[in-house]
Ligand binder design. Structure first.
Ligand code: GLU
Length: 416
């Protein structure tokens, strides 16, 4: 489909094709699963603070709902387009199936630089977006969550806009909400904590002690900062982090408490807590664990050869191209693929949704231990599959996820 033809969508489809081929997936199903089930494009007129009306473009794409309501975040970023949202929705389908969550995949987004908006503009944009996608979402239909550029406050506005339309409070319509309106303990750090749990399993598998492990993290947003903090708590040395403005390197280990409590408008390299490095240099650092936790297509045919990590733990969605995958395999780098490594976010989103539907809330300890159980067993299932079938960890994860979805489609049959 021409409208979807973007680099990120091509990457998601190329990964799917490779997995479908290896598992000899039913050819009729292949054609269907390559495309999203339903896509909505909306125009969002927003009154700006200076009185002008600016029109933004928003999207919500549901890739598949054969196993339950569709689930996936909402991204606010200037580069958001239909193809990227569709790719991210497809990855959500495989991610939920791999973790055994009763969800299909979806994703939403608005093409906007959220930091360029005032709080009022951001709220008006979000409420208009929620109103425009209202026919698609709901606790039994499609449940949004935060992603790049969105947070708990934005989820609260979506929950409120939806609830105003139906006339009563519906906490289960989004996850990643503030605690006061039905959010879950541990949701904010969940993606980072999940990255840490699978990384610890990979270190153990490779007989590498965490105490001597060094970690470099690209991206110091929600996923990157919590991953860095929790890896350090576990005894690893975090030697580099970066954000859009560049990175910071300190071979002795960075002071993450100071970094996380800095004024958020201050670029990382201005903190003087380490030497300034570029994002590209960060990816090429010698380290035990490299965590790309920013945007897609960061590790490509051009730079994969220069990576010097032992483990690549993908906090971001789609950070590695297929060409890079081949190079990393030749170099013997152990890859924990995105749909496994970053699934902690949607796993705790699932806990939040269950708590909202049951009106019964769990302790932080329960959430952490259930997250650890689910993600660790997904890791070991994937590792076993990869060893037995002699495929990469990425192919193993994709094939397991796709297989769950395929079974659901074949058992439900084709409508009408
Ligand atoms: N945006 C996150 C992801 O890419 C979380 C999605 C969710 O919790 O629904 O996995």
């Amino acid at each position: 489909m021409q409208e979807l033809d973007t680099p990120t969508f091509r990457l998601a489809v190329a990964q799917f094709d490779q997995a479908a081929e290896a598992m000899e997936l039913d050819t009729n199903l292949r054609e269907r699963l390559k495309l999203p089930q339903r896509s909505l494009v909306v125009s969002l007129p927003v009154r700006m603070d200076d009185g002008r009306v600016e029109v933004f473009t928003g999207y919500r794409v549901q890739h598949d709902s054969s196993r339950g309501p569709s689930k996936g975040g909402i991204r606010y970023h200037p580069d958001v387009n239909l193809g990227e949202v569709a790719a991210l929705a497809m990855w959500m389908t495989w991610k939920c199936a791999l973790a055994g969550l009763p969800y299909g995949g979806a994703k939403g987004g608005v093409s906007v630089a959220p930091k360029s908006l005032s709080a009022g503009e951001l709220q008006r944009l979000t409420r208009r977006y929620a109103a425009e996608i209202f026919p698609l979402i709901g606790p039994d239909k499609d449940v949004p969550a935060p992603d790049v550029g969105t947070d708990a406050q934005i989820m609260a506005w979506i929950m409120d806009t939806y609830s105003q339309q139906v006339g009563y409070a519906v906490p289960g319509v989004v996850t990643g909400k503030p605690l006061s309106i039905g959010g879950s303990l541990g949701r904010e750090e969940a993606t980072g904590r999940g990255v840490v749990y699978v990384t610890l399993e990979a270190l153990r598998h490779l007989n590498l002690p965490v105490e001597t492990a060094t970690v470099a993290v690209q991206g110091f947003g929600n996923v990157g900062s919590h991953t860095a903090r929790i890896m350090q708590q576990q005894g690893a040395r975090v030697i580099a982090v970066s954000d859009v403005s560049g990175g910071l390197y300190n071979p002795k280990g960075l002071d993450l408490v100071k970094l996380m409590s800095r004024d958020l408008n201050q670029p990382l390299h201005q903190t003087k807590l380490g030497d300034a490095i570029t994002n590209e240099e960060l990816l090429q650092l010698e380290c035990t664990v490299l965590v790309p936790a920013a945007l897609s297509e960061q590790i490509t045919g051009k730079n994969a050869d220069r990576l010097k990590c032992r483990i690549l733990s993908e906090g971001a969605n789609g950070p590695t191209t297929l060409e890079a995958d081949r190079i990393l395999a030749d170099k013997g780098i152990f890859v924990i693929p995105d749909i496994l490594a970053n699934s902690g976010g949607v796993i705790v989103s699932y806990f939040e949704w269950v708590q909202d539907l049951q009106r019964f809330f769990w302790s932080a300890a329960d959430i952490q231990s259930r997250l650890q159980d689910i993600i660790t067993s997904a890791f070991h299932r994937t590792l076993r599959f990869s060893t037995e079938r002699r495929v990469s960890m990425r192919m193993a994860a994709l094939m397991s996820g796709i297989d769950q979805v395929a079974q659901a489609h074949l058992q439900r049959g084709l409508y009408p």
